[in-house]
Design a binder for this molecule. Structure first.
Ligand SMILES: Nc1ncnc2c1ncn2[C@@H]1O[C@H](COP(=O)(O)OP(=O)(O)OP(=O)(O)O)[C@@H](O)[C@H]1O
Ligand SMILES: [Mg+2]
Length: 275
């Protein structure tokens, strides 16, 4: 059975797609079976890696028909992909009409035996597709901008969105996954360190207010042009051998989320620290 990780935030441009593609590419390089799901109408994740096979169908089929047949594309990163194919913007309208919110969860459960990890990228806004992706998750992961103001805005809006998906009855067939915050585009300044302290405080207040189970990861992803370089080359950052820092950060995220068995984790950390 796979772990479904939804990368979400109500804020645009915070690094969701970059994180999804690179975490996926990194896990695939460790021999894991990874499926990327592009649940953003702007198909950035779909375009991140080159396709070695483009399936005729994609996200629309999962969300509207619970149909997984002919939806799996393949990429040169080693990750499979369900592409975003809502070219005529039907999804938000169709999903608003009826309760399709569980369709993604049920479709991904059908795909679960084939993968170790399913990573779902979402659009930086509230909406029914994001709701479906939140409900489908075993783990929610949000990149958090380190600037104090954006972080506060993130917390209020993103925690509000997650809380609004809490099932109304305890007999419901799903529960909301724990949320992990990942400080994103950090730098090594004193300001950043101070903001991390303020953020930790703000999280405990906001998580209490919205009753969301949220943890701030110790791991951080640092700002570097290398992430943009990797994106424009259509590759995962770990393949650009000159960026061991990025590898270490990704490995730290994987370790804190408990995605690998301990023995495998130690082996990989050792490998990463020597490159
Ligand atoms: N660690 C990083 N350091 C510097 N730049 C980065 C980093 N991660 C991502 N970027 C750049 O930031 C921009 C936004 O990233 P990305 O597209 O991943 O965000 P997003 O949250 O998916 O945005 P959207 O809400 O539009 O989908 C991209 O140009 C990307 O290359
Ligand atoms: Mg994106």
């Amino acid at each position: 059975m796979s772990k479904i990780i939804t990368i979400c935030s109500t804020k645009g441009g915070v690094g969701k797609t970059t994180l999804t593609a690179n975490l996926g590419g990194f896990l695939a390089s460790l021999g894991k079976r990874v499926l990327l799901v592009d649940a953003d109408m702007q198909p950035s994740l779909t375009r991140y890696f080159e396709h070695t096979y483009s399936a005729p169908a994609g996200l629309v089929s999962l969300l509207l028909d619970k149909n997984i047949i002919n939806t799996i594309s393949q990429t040169n990163s080693g990750c499979d992909l369900i592409r975003s194919d809502d070219t005529d913007s039907r999804l938000p309208i169709e999903l608003a009409k009826s309760d399709f919110r569980l369709n993604l969860k049920e479709s991904l459960n059908d795909l679960s035996p084939q993968y170790d990890f399913i990573l779902v990228d979402t659009q930086g806004a509230k909406g029914p597709v994001q709701d479906a992706a939140i409900i489908a998750a075993d783990i929610l992961l949000s990149p958090i901008p380190v600037e104090a103001l954006s972080a506060r805005e993130f917390l209020d809006a993103t925690l509000g969105m997650i809380a609004s998906n809490r099932p109304s009855s305890r007999f419901s067939s799903y529960s909301i996954a724990p949320l992990y915050g990942l400080i994103y585009r950090a730098d090594h300044t004193r300001d950043a360190a101070l903001n991390t302290e303020l953020l930790t405080e703000a999280i405990s207040i906001m998580a209490g207010k919205y009753q969301v189970d949220m943890t701030l990861l110790d791991a951080k992803i640092y700002a570097s042009v290398a992430w943009r370089e990797a994106a424009s080359l259509g590759v995962a950052i770990h393949t650009l051998k000159k960026h061991p820092m990025a590898n270490r950060s990704l490995m730290a995220v994987i370790a804190e989320l408990g995605l690998l068995p301990k023995a495998e984790e130690a082996e990989e950390k050792d490998g990463v620290s020597h490159d």
